[in-house]
Design a protein around this ligand. Structure first.
Ligand SMILES: Nc1ncnc2c1ncn2[C@@H]1O[C@H](COP(=O)(O)OP(=O)(O)OP(=O)(O)O)[C@@H](O)[C@H]1O
Ligand SMILES: [Mg+2]
Length: 238
């Protein structure tokens, strides 16, 4: 499945196998929600694939506001049934994440599913590592029935790019992407790295990306900081 996110399919080696459960990890403001939303928007616009966004973080309205500031008319895609945003508080009472997602994905015939975030799900359920692992394994086995690509966001800050500590759930998912901000002198640059996507010959490089009109743009052939030659660039990345 091509994602349609500019530059991303190139570093992914073409696209995701279906099904894939992919974890998108990063610190606050690294672009997790925007990347995940754009995955659905590009799917709807470019490939006529329906998407489901389960948000446990922001309200649906906050997500619509973010989208409209990026020039994305999410309401139009909602009206046409191509994207469904669910902020169902029921998930807070249901330890059964797999069934919750399966039901909603079937209702809207989704081929792409976003769960934002898995960290909050775990916190809301107050479930321990073992129970979470079992729940994730159930969810991932159900994906084969659903035949969807799932992107789940995970809140994780790391002090240094070489110093990311991976945890249990990272090993369960088929794919792991990290979003980060790398500092050089007095400026930061947004970067993405594909840690793994099973069965795929993906890039192992750290690639710069920007957030702007339309969402995320990844630069497959550019090294970090080679874009930020001018002061204007440096300000926009900060
Ligand atoms: N319209 C815009 N134009 C340019 N950059 C934007 C725009 N909207 C948001 N951003 C950038 O995106 C960041 C937020 O991205 P996003 O909400 O996807 O992050 P996140 O990783 O989901 O954060 P959190 O962990 O807090 O949920 C903002 O801090 C800002 O830098
Ligand atoms: Mg977010």
């Amino acid at each position: 499945m091509k994602t349609g996110i500019p530059g991303f399919d190139e570093i992914l080696g073409g696209g995701f196998p279906v099904p894939t459960a992919c974890l998108l990890i990063g610190g606050p403001g690294t672009g997790k929600s925007i990347f995940a939303l754009q995955f659905l928007v590009e799917g709807a616009r470019k490939f006529n694939e329906r998407g489901l966004y389960i948000t446990l973080e922001d309200s649906a309205d906050a997500l619509r506001y973010t989208a409209s500031n990026l020039g994305i008319n999410i309401e139009e895609l909602e009206k046409s049934g191509m994207i469904k945003i669910v902020e169902d508080p029921q998930v807070q009472n249901s330890a059964h994440l797999a069934e919750f997602i399966q039901k909603h994905a079937a209702d809207c015939k989704a081929r792409r599913v976003v769960l934002d975030s898995i960290t909050l799900f775990q916190a809301l359920q107050r479930i321990d590592v073992k129970a979470m692992r079992e729940e994730l394994l159930r969810l991932i086995s159900k994906l084969y029935e659903m035949n969807v690509v799932l992107i789940a966001t995970s809140q994780r800050g790391y002090s240094h790019i070489d110093n990311i500590e991976y945890i249990t759930e990272d090993y369960l998912f088929h794919g792991v992407l990290t979003l980060m901000k790398i500092r050089s002198n007095a400026t930061f640059e947004r970067c993405i790295n594909i840690v793994k996507v099973r069965s795929v010959n993906h890039s192992l490089k750290v690639h710069p990306f920007k957030i702007g009109e339309g969402g995320v743009t990844i630069y497959p052939d550019t090294s970090p900081f080679s874009l930020s030659g001018s002061n204007d660039d440096k300000r926009s990345l900060g």
